[in-house]
Design a protein around this ligand. Structure first.
Ligand code: NAP
Length: 257
């Protein structure tokens, strides 16, 4: 079967949470595919890393801008979109990637608290929603047949070893992906998700070494995915004309859904 692949060259990507880990890799692979990139981050400690990332992207022959914004705030999401349109005139890909993890990974539900719930849901669910709402509406209004790729997790597709709140937040990502893929399809806009298994980024800094070893043991391929593996999946979904409403699992075979 022939799947038509769309050229991303000269198009614009917004990547939320681009300063580190998976988002950084997505930004680089988008640039490698010829896209101009809007790089979002939130923490003051990420400024130096953003400068390095911009240099790396510039060496790939494309342009980037950096927007510091908190995706859990609706006005900040509008700011990211506004900066993208002001600089590049259009947006083709929203890589809706920014996310936070449990401060208490693996803690049972009866020991979790409201602070943990609010922190995780405000970024992973509300932030994802605000970005898709505004970028999606802009694409509709401007007749851009673009694509949204959400970063979910296998924690949202199976029982979560990371804790129920994180797992539920990622289940929401995959739920949004399905409904949005139907709503936005009327306008030629596709919506998909990637569902990474464990990837050794800063996100897992609170995970014990024993648990990290167990991640490898539970992976049939015996090796964890790298940020670039997830980024390659995002670029594939951005380019694949007929794939819509799917969650692409990249986890070395840990779950089968
Ligand atoms: P990471 O290394 O901790 O990076 C998180 C990124 O999100 C950073 O760029 C951070 O920006 C940004 N961010 C956090 N809160 C934000 C906010 N309120 N507004 C804007 N940006 C914000 O994490 P990662 O491993 O790359 O994870 C990226 C995505 O993959 C997340 O959605 C995560 O849930 C998902 N995921 C990760 C794994 C894994 O094992 N690593 C597995 C499955 C899914 P600053 O640097 O400025 O703080």
């Amino acid at each position: 079967m022939l799947i038509t692949m769309i050229s991303l060259k000269g198009k614009t990507a917004i990547v939320t949470g681009a300063s580190r880990g998976i988002g950084r890799a997505i930004a680089i692979e988008c640039a490698r595919a010829g896209m101009n990139v809007v790089l979002n981050y939130v923490s003051a400690s990420s400024v130096a890393g953003m400068n390095e990332l911009q240099k790396e992207i510039s060496a790939l022959g494309v342009k980037s801008i950096v927007v510091r914004a908190d995706v859990s705030k609706e006005n900040d999401c509008k700011k990211i979109l506004g900066a993208a349109v002001a600089q590049f005139g259009s947006v083709y890909l929203l890589a809706n990637n920014a996310g936070v993890y449990s401060a208490m990974p693996g803690t049972p539900t009866w020991e979790l608290d409201e602070k943990e719930f609010d922190k995780i849901f405000s970024v992973n669910v509300k932030g994802l929603f605000f970005m898709a709402k505004h970028v999606g509406k802009w694409m509709i209004d401007n007749k851009v047949k673009g694509v949204i790729v959400n970063t979910g997790s296998i924690a949202g597709l199976d029982a979560s070893v990371s804790g129920s709140i994180y797992g539920a937040s990622k289940a929401a990502v995959h739920g949004f992906t399905k409904t949005w893929s139907v709503e936005f399809a009327k306008f030629g806009i596709r919506v998909n998700a990637v569902a990474p298994g464990p990837v050794l980024t800063d996100l897992l800094e609170n995970v014990s070494e024993d648990r990290k070893r167990s991640f490898v043991e539970q992976t049939p391929l015996g090796v964890l995915a790298e940020p670039k593996d997830i980024a390659d999946a995002v670029v594939f979904l951005a380019q694949s004309e007929k794939i819509n409403g799917q969650s692409l699992v990249v986890d070395g075979g840990r779950i089968r859904h």
